[in-house]
Ligand binder design. Sequence first.
Ligand SMILES: C[S@@+](CC[C@H](N)C(=O)[O-])C[C@H]1O[C@@H](n2cnc3c(N)ncnc32)[C@H](O)[C@@H]1O
Length: 265
Amino acid sequence: MLVNVTIKEGDLVVVWIDPKRVYLVRLERGRRLDTDKGFILFDDIIGKEYGVSIKLIKGNAYIMYPTIDYIYNGLHRPSQVLYPKDIGYMIFKSGIKPGDVVVEAGTGSGFLTIILSNFLGENGRVITYDLREDMQERARKNLETLGLSKRVTFKIGDVRNRIDETGVDSIFLDMPDPWLATANAYEALKPSGSLIVFVPTVNQVEKAFTSLRKNGFVDVEAVELLVREYQIKDGATRPKSIGVMHTGYIISGRKSIKGSSEIVE
Ligand SMILES: C[S@@+](CC[C@H](N)C(=O)[O-])C[C@H]1O[C@@H](n2cnc3c(N)ncnc32)[C@H](O)[C@@H]1O
């Protein structure tokens, strides 16, 4: 546990003013951050402790340790990315743990790759496939920014044609036609390993769900997770009327050994 950690020159810190004003900055002596609420001199932060508040012209800024949730929001996202609410459940259903080996497709902006490699730790491995080199380059930069790229193997490839690995603990698919990769996922997984699929439309859910059942997966389920953000106001607390209204569906299943029981067609 870290207690009273001193902020040093060169640290990457989060400056949190309010939910719309969150800045990720590297501290250099003599420099400053300008915001519409006021400015912060970095010299005033260096030597203080994480969690400290700095008075602005309007309100306060809080200096926080740059944990993954803050960093995540500041990264480049050339593709549609998975949302934390879905990623949290996907990891839970996968049953993965630090040190495990996971295959993922497609890499996209690398947001799921980031959370997976952070979760699996130094001894874990994420092998991530994408059809597009440009997409993987951006994802690689995002992972390098966070110091996580050493835990990841990037592969250009089509998982509908081939997954090179075998005996992996879990496979995550976030791509338009995951049902065409289910058979390859089955071969790549260890027995009892998990396949986790994310799709944005109901039409895709049926195809994905059926393909898991046909390809030797059991304990197959499909869920949608809804999160409602609240506005908190004296006498007017209620769900916010705008926000992310829809993300997608999660289908999960476990690899059974074919022939050991009847698989539902
Ligand atoms: C929605 S993005 C993935 C976003 C990613 N999960 C994230 O959180 O940043 C889908 C990606 O899948 C890739 N893709 C589509 N079909 C694929 C396939 N058959 N094999 C590998 N990658 C594929 C696309 O190029 C695209 O980059």
